[in-house]
Design a protein around this ligand. Structure first.
Ligand code: NAD
Ligand code: AKB
Length: 319
């Protein structure tokens, strides 16, 4: 049985990936960590430690004591927060990743899974069906750290034989934990405001099309890549993954099918420039060929599910 450590376990993705990993591998075999105390009842049934990825001593102790063989490294600063403080973003994203890779290399960890992002691309990349292999010239510090992260992970594969794997997620939509400071956050916030007030003020313009994915597909993609046979992988740390694309106006139209009085207004802020630098759709044929990736949700099934779950949470006073 695998012994897994998750960093950034309290975040939007970590809070659901950790639960899915515990269901698969056993609660005691998945050790959750984050820089802040655990506030999540859903993570209360397994081990949790406070650990800063920039100060890897605590993580090294856990890895050795628990004989960890796999790390899911999710701790990071996302695009919008990263543009407010680029040095902090570099320090956490690159400093944290280097610490995890060295910890893995020197302590017998076999596999490191760490997400990249569609933020690796900049305005010069093809906007539609962006290919796996295309110029990586991001204009955000977050994107710069994701490009460097991909390259350094592939370096550890080639130089040290460490098994590193990663996916370029699009914007992830979910109902368990609010996102932590990205540009695609609007596509989650819109559902919370819809169930609470039937209105949303969007920080991107109506026509800002971006690639997105629903959390169940994100979890499925991450675990599928982690479990794929290493010998079948031609890529390692930079797999394009995609599900569907939409802009705020199109998402509002789908929400209106379920909530006819829903209203949206547009007040673009600094995040518009970040969104404008990213692709509108992504070609994920390498993931489909190398580890059989296929998403299950589209914009309609995602919207229906999000509204059902958040309406129940709202009625129960949980949001
Ligand atoms: P998040 O911001 O929701 O969560 C990140 C977690 O990391 C937080 O719980 C935070 O407390 C923790 N953290 C921050 N600094 C830390 C430190 N120094 N030490 C330990 N923990 C620290 O992010 P997320 O959305 O869950 O993203 C997880 C990964 O997926 C990141 O690498 C992110 O770049 C990537 N990603 C996310 C999305 C998305 O839409 N959510 C899209 C593309 C890529
Ligand atoms: C962000 O908006 O920063 C993230 C991402 C696409 O990496 N959701």
């Amino acid at each position: 049985m695998k012994k897994i450590l998750v960093t950034g376990a309290l975040g939007q993705i970590g809070s659901e990936l950790t639960v899915a990993l515990r269901q698969k591998y056993g609660e005691s075999n998945v050790i959750a960590t984050d820089v802040r105390p655990n506030n999540k009842a859903t993570l209360a049934n397994g081990p949790f430690h406070i650990a800063d990825v920039c100060n890897p001593g605590t993580l090294a102790e856990i890895v050795n004591k628990e004989k960890v063989d796999t790390i899911f490294h999710l701790a990071a600063i996302l695009s919008a927060r990263g543009e407010k403080d680029p040095q902090f973003c570099w320090n956490i994203n690159m400093g944290g990743l280097m610490n995890i890779l060295e910890l893995a290399r020197t302590n017998g960890v076999k596999e490191v899974v760490t997400p990249s992002s569609m933020a690796v691309w900049g305005p010069n990349a093809p906007q539609f069906n962006t290919p796996q292999e295309s110029a990586l010239k991001p204009t955000t510090m977050y994107g710069v750290t994701k490009v460097c992260g991909e390259r350094v992970c592939d370096y550890y594969v080639q130089k040290y034989g460490l098994d590193c794997r990663g996916l370029r997620y699009p914007g992830i939509i979910s109902s368990e934990t609010l996102p932590g400071g990205g540009t695609t956050d609007y596509a989650v916030e819109i559902f919370y405001d819809a169930v609470k007030t039937h209105r949303y003020s969007c920080f991107l313009s109506a026509e800002s099309t971006l690639p997105m994915m629903y959390m169940p597909d994100c979890i499925h993609a991450t675990i599928s890549l982690a479990e794929a046979e290493f010998k079948n992988l031609k890529h390692h740390s930079d797999f394009n993954v995609a599900a569907f694309s939409f802009n705020p106006k199109e998402l509002a139209e789908v929400i209106k099918k379920f909530m006819p009085d829903f209203q949206i207004e547009y007040n673009p802020d600094f995040r518009q420039a970040i969104a404008d630098s990213w692709p509108k759709s992504i070609d994920d044929s390498a993931a489909r060929e190398e580890w059989n990736w296929k998403p299950k949700y589209d914009i309609e099934t995602m919207t229906k599910d999000m509204l059902e779950i958040l309406t129940k949470k709202h009625a129960a006073g949980l949001i």
